[in-house]
Every structure is written in structure tokens, then in C-alpha cells.
Design a protein around this ligand. Sequence first.
Ligand SMILES: *[C@@H]1O[C@H](CO)[C@@H](O)[C@H](O)[C@H]1NC(C)=O
Ligand SMILES: *[C@@H]1O[C@H](CO)[C@@H](O)[C@H](O)[C@H]1NC(C)=O
Ligand SMILES: *[C@@H]1O[C@H](CO)[C@@H](O)[C@H](O)[C@H]1NC(C)=O
Ligand SMILES: *[C@@H]1O[C@H](CO)[C@@H](O)[C@H](O)[C@H]1NC(C)=O
Length: 864
Amino acid sequence: MVTASALLAAAALPLLAAAAPSQCHTWKNVKIGGGGGFIPGIVFNPSEKGLAYARTDIGGAYRLNSDDSWTPLNDNIGSSNWNHWGVDAIATDPVDTNRVYLAVGMYTISWDPNNGAIMRSTDKGKTWSETALPFKVGGNMPGRGIGERLAVDPHSNNIVYFGARSGNGLWKSSDYGVTWAKVSSFTNVGTFKPNASDPSEYQQDPIGIAWITFDENSGGSKTVATPRIFVGVADLGNSVFVSNNAGSTWTAVAGQPTGFVPHKGVYSPGENVLYVTYSNGGGPYDGTLGSVWKYNITSGAWTNITPPSPSGDIYFGFGGFAVDRQKPGTIMVAALNSWWPEGIIWRSTNGGSTWTSIWEWVSYPTRAEYFAVDASPAPWLFDPTVTDHEDVGWMMESIAIDPFDSNHWLYGTGATILGGRDLLRWDATPRNVTLKVMANGIEETAIQDLLSPPTGPGILLSGMYDAGGFLHRNLDVAQTPTDQFHLYFSGTTDIDYAGNNPLQLVRVGTNLQELASSNDGGVSWNKIYASNNAQAGTIALSAGGDIMVWSPSNMAPIRSQYTNAFTTISALPQGAAIAADRRNNTVFYAGSTNKFYRSTDGAVSFTATATLGSATTVYKIVPNPTLAGDVWVSTSDGLYRSQNYGSSFTKIGGPTVGGHFDLGAPKTSGAYWSIAGFFTIDGVAGVYRTDDAGVNWVRINDAYGFGAADANRVAVDYKVYGRVFVGTNGRGIFYGNPSCTSPPPTSSTTSVSTSRTTTPATTTTSSRTTTGVSTSRTTTTSSRTTTPSSSSRTTTTSSRPITTSSRTTTTSSRTTTTSTRTTTGTGPTQTHYGQCGGIGWTGPTVCETPYTCQVGNPYYSQCL
Ligand SMILES: *[C@@H]1O[C@H](CO)[C@@H](O)[C@H](O)[C@H]1NC(C)=O
Ligand SMILES: *[C@@H]1O[C@H](CO)[C@@H](O)[C@H](O)[C@H]1NC(C)=O
Ligand SMILES: *[C@@H]1O[C@H](CO)[C@@H](O)[C@H](O)[C@H]1NC(C)=O
Ligand SMILES: *[C@@H]1O[C@H](CO)[C@@H](O)[C@H](O)[C@H]1NC(C)=O
């Protein structure tokens, strides 16, 4: 690590052939709070008090802290191994509790070209090594909530098993996960496909091995391999298999139920019982029938212990299952998806002979709810104005009771982790537990757009899948329902503002006809009913705010003026990157492959004006926020700039590949904008910044990888120099400042060792295919191959923040040169929402009546 001052000095040097210098930054999450996505797995270590892990399907794994917060463990993962953010299984070692393992990989189908890997750590996930597998792993595939399909032998902890998808069978390591070999004696590798009648490869790939569970009481010695091992497979025939000789031979367990997929197989050491939950689907969204069974290992008897449904019939499968190790026979189970009227969790204190549920019908439509919700750690998750919400949750594949504390429990939903520390109140009279949001520190949202607005109440605006997006008034405080962009929208894919009237915004969303506008900087939104059947993609709003150009994901770009019906722009190809000039209302820009297009008639027509080298993709077009005709374009062939409305371009030295980027507050007042984004410079991919319009570059991502570069979004703060926002696909939003006060991510380097039995495929490469999404119940499969979108949003600053609106362009008859901002008195005054102070600020410090200058942070005071 180098100090900031040394780096600032280095940055001033001319660009050399060696890698661009790095400048230390402090990166942390922009706090949304509470997760924001599906939590497929939660595991407690049975031997070390307080040690637990959670995994996500697109954003890596986390470790629990004693204050109920979580520490991310995979923040160093970048473009070369982006699929490692898909965690299909996690195993914590019961013997050497410092050891933990992950099975990583995003998709087992063509969306993900990379094979999977087993990652292993000997320091609780601070640092990792890994072994490449010779096949793919599906952290974001159907069935990702079953499991865990990775397990450490509780007696001989050098032995680790992994159950693969896609018919690849059961694998075993005897050297702490360094080398792996297929268990050839295990032949029932699972034939169940998520949906055999859907032709898509996503629905056709077999889910494979579901879980591996050791009978820790079996065997005389606690130091040789555990003899009895159960393996569940996704199969509608026999699905539970057992070995009594440490994995040499396997048989189907006699008398087992068939017809469903076993989601969990949980061993209860105090009872010597294996509990199994079943669903007729692979999960996590489906399931219309299921059951819960208990297998008495001593007697060999199977007993159906399916809990009674509050409504009488079972219309769901069963997912998460937990045993209380302190109280043998105390168990809990969740309905995987009870969409209506509410998710269901049951608890039994007698091994499933009788159950109580978390709510019951009193008489329709009245229900007794034996819980209270505490959403204080992430208020946005429970909007009190929405009456038909599901408090208990959905996609409940994972429930865990702390093995050292019967009051402490956690469970994953499609949106967060709930649970609490008063679980024994379930057994008291009256029955009443607190469902608290227990996902502090987990930031799992999939960001589609970021915008640092020139003015208005927000520091940042975000668009994202599932949660919709937010107006961020504070970067470090959990979000509220008020500032969430959920109205009319399932997800927001792009936001843009009018250059001459920045409080005016438009945004587009993932579903058909999702288009809305705001006139107050994103506080309130109105649906625009002119949207044809377009969906998703990007939107550009003209400088004056009257013309919209929308480049949707499902059709060629379209145009509307005054919110009239959209018409097709025939000159532009589907998926084109688009942007509006920030000052000239008639000028729009577009790009696709290596073609640059311009419109000078308000997007009625476009003509190709220039060629962008050998680019195959235009990632983003960012016009200068205050100067017409000055425009920057990032492409697969580097970064280009035009200063003549796109008539011709200069290629910027340094970047060979450009991803998303932005222009923001300059280093010094009057200087050109600082520019930052995802670039490859001197062969090194990372986040880079230039303060001199591309002459010198400095790398600023430290040890952070941010996952797939081309799935990421960037905003450079309009007002605060050096503050850069990175939106990721599964790890939420980060912001970085040029300082070194906090440590780099806990994960550090990885080393690759290879399997001894098969040729391992190379880990990694491709960064050009981006990942998909997951999470909420409304998106089913989602957009997997997001074409790195495009442009439009932009943002940014001037050397002196402009203030709003058309007022600045109209010249009053009373003054010849400037506008209403120059008033009588001691000096210039700032308008509403404008900056009026902060470190380095040289502009007006007095606000126009009736506003006062209020300190937001040391760098920024605002007229409010
Ligand atoms: C399976 O796929 C078919 C064809 O796409 C679809 O009609 C059906 O609803 C799907 N079934 C489930 C359970 O999702
Ligand atoms: C399992 O079966 C044995 C033998 O019948 C019996 O003694 C034991 O109580 C059973 N265990 C449970 C948890 O029901
Ligand atoms: C449980 O507690 C909550 C909040 O204190 C209350 O609203 C609810 O009525 C209680 N439920 C029962 C069944 O007592
Ligand atoms: C805006 O651009 C158009 C087309 O290039 C040009 O004719 C016009 O003069 C420009 N307007 C301003 C105010 O610069």
C-alpha cells in the first residue's frame, strides 16, 4: 500500500510504459441495508460459538460478527473470476473452525463460460486459495437454495465432499480441499430438471446432488473418517442415499418417500435422526406440494411429520429446516413459498409430533400473527403503507438455530435475513417472537444505474433490479421506504436528468411500459403512459427536458416529445448506447459497434458521423455536463473524445478497453472534470481516474475487484472531488474516497492448485458476459446476459456546480450578462439545493432567500 500523498505525486508523472500508478482509496458500501436479494444458505459452525456464514447467489459469502453484522468475504473478486460471486454451497469445518470452504460458479449453462472452483480458507474467509473444478458450478441456477452440497467430515476434517450439478456426481477431497476426485461408487447423480417442459437450458440442466450430511455419532473413533454419510439428490425416485463405510459403497435408504426433491437433510445428534424436507420443485421460486419426514437411524423407520397448513391444504413445498442442538426434538421448518396470504414457519418441541405455526387463521380474513416485525436495521424492507406485504418472507430455503443459543435464530428469504434473539418466546404464552432484520452489512443488490445529480436533495440516485432503486440522501444510513423507487416499478435500469433543468428526471424499468418522471430530483415520481411495449434498457432526456430517447432491451431506440407516443428511430440499431447533449436541446448522441451517430433535430433523425476505431461495443457516452459538443465515449477499443458534437474523435492514450465511466467534480476549481471508470490500462483492468482529461491515469480500486467489470456502473460525484461510486451486480453500491483510513477487503490473494484426477479447466477469463440476477419473487429468471448497456445517464459537474434550471439560461432584461443569481448585497448567492460551502469550495456561501447554508459533510454544504 502506498500513501495517498506519494500517489498524488506519482499521478503527476507522465504516463510510462509500466502499469499506471495506484492511489489508495477507502471503499465502503453505500448503505441500503438488509441485503436486498435472495439468501440461499446460512450455516452455523457447531463447535465454535457465534461462528456463522451466509451465502448469496450473485454477491459472494459473508461471515457473522458478534454484533449481528456481517463481513463480506469475497470483495477482491474481479472480472477475471467474476463467476466466483455465485456461491452454490458453503461448509464450515467443525474440527478446525478456522477452515471454511465455498463452491463457486454462476451458471452451469452457456451464460457462464467458466468452470467452477472450490475455494478454501484457513482464516475464516479472510484469505482464500482455490482449486479449479473440471466442470461448472451453478450459484445462480435453479435449486441454489437446496443444500448444503459441500460438507466437512466431522471426525476426519481433511475429508471434504462436494455434490455437483449437471450429472457430474459426487466429489471428494482428502487433503482439505486441495485436490479432488470423483467418487465413482456414487452413481445416482440426480435426474431432476427444474422444468422439464421448458426448453430453455436454464430449466433443463439437472440440479444434481442436493446435500451431504454426516451422522456424526457413527463410528467408534472420532479421529477416523465418519462411516455413515447421507447424500440427497434432486430426483423424483429414490433421492436419499447412505454409505455406512465412509463412502466406499452407497445404497438408497430403504422405505424413503419418493416423488419430491429433498431440499434439506438435517441430522439431529441428540435424537440420532435425519430430518428431510421435500418439495415438488427445485426452488427457489416454485413448489406447490411437499412434505417433511424424519428417518430414525436406529430403527430405520421413516415417519411423515409434515406440519398442518393453516388453511388445511398443502399448496407449497418445504424448504429450510433447523434443529436446536441444545434441545433435542426442538425443530423448525419453513414453507418454501406460501405466496398468499403470508409465508409460514412452524416449530415443534417434540420431534414433529405436534407443531405450532407463526400465524393462524382466526376466521377469514382475520389472522393471529404470533410475531412482531423489527425493520429498524433496514426500514425500506417493510413499507408500512403497503398492506398486502409478506412479513414472514418467501423463498425460505434456509433456517438455522444458533447451536449455542436457543434464542438466536436466522433465516434467509428472497429479500433479506430475518430472525432474532428471542426465539424461546415462541414456546411461551403468549407465543410471540420478534422477526428482526438480521442482515446488517449484507449489500446484495444488483445495480443497473448510478447518477450523481448536479442538484437536488440526493447525493446519489440508483437504479437496481428487484428493489427498484433509491434516492440516496445519506451514504451511511439504511434506506427508508420513502426514498425507494418502487412505485410502478419492479426494477430500474436507467435514470437521466435534463442538463438545463437537473431536477427533472426520467427513469425506465425492467417490465413492459415502465417509464416515470420526476420534477423534484427524485423525491416523487409520476408514471408516463406513452411507453409502447418497450422495457428496460437506457433513457436519455434532452437538455430542455422535453424529448426522451429510449434504447430499450426489446426493440430499436424510440423517441417521444412532450410525452406523446413514442416513434421508432429507424437509423439506430437495437441496443445502441444513447445520450443527450447537456446544453443543446436538439442534439443527441448514439453509438453501436464502432459507429457514432448524432442527431441535430431532437432525435427525429440520426446520421453516422464518425468511426470509433475497431470497437465492437460502445459501453457509454458521457457528454460534458456544462459544455455543448464535448462528448466522451468508452468502447471495447478504448476511450474517445469529441469536441465538435461528434463530428470527429480523438482516441485517449492509456485505456485499451473502456467500460462504464463518468465525469465529476474537478480536482481544482476551474479545472476540467475528473473522469473515472472501468478501464484496462497497461493490460491491467481496474477502476481508474484522470484529473487532466486523460493525460495521466491513476488506478483507484485498491484490492477491490467489484466482480464483472462490464456489469458495473460508475458515477463520479458531481460536487465532491475524488468521490467515486461503483454499482455492482450483486454486492450493492460502493463509494471510494482518496484516503487510506480503512483496511482493504478481507479476502486477498488466491492461488490455484489443480485436481489430481481430471484436467482442470482454466479458471476465469471472459469478462464480457455479465451475470444475471435473481432474488425477488417477481423476477423469475431475469435478464442474465445483460448487454453492457449504454449511456444516457451521465451526470456531473462543472468546475462550479451549476444550479438548476432554465432560469440560468434566461437573461433578465434588467441585467445584461447574468441571471437572477447575481443579486445585490455583499456577494453572489446560491440557489436552492446549490452548494454553498465545504473543503475547497470557492463559490457563493450565501443562499438565496428563504434558504440557509447547511453543512452536509466537511466537503459539502448545501442551500436547503
Ligand atoms: C414450465 O415451463 C412451461 C413452458 O415454459 C411453463 O408453461 C410452465 O408454467 C412451467 N412450469 C413451472 C412450474 O414453472
Ligand atoms: C428411534 O427408534 C428407536 C428404536 O425403536 C427408539 O428407541 C427411539 O426412541 C427412536 N428415536 C426417536 C427420536 O424417535
Ligand atoms: C405480538 O406482538 C406484536 C407487537 O408487540 C403485537 O402487535 C401482536 O398482536 C402480538 N401477537 C400476539 C398473538 O400476541
Ligand atoms: C444546437 O445545435 C444545433 C444543431 O447543431 C445548432 O444549429 C444550434 O445552433 C445549437 N444551439 C445552440 C444554442 O448552440
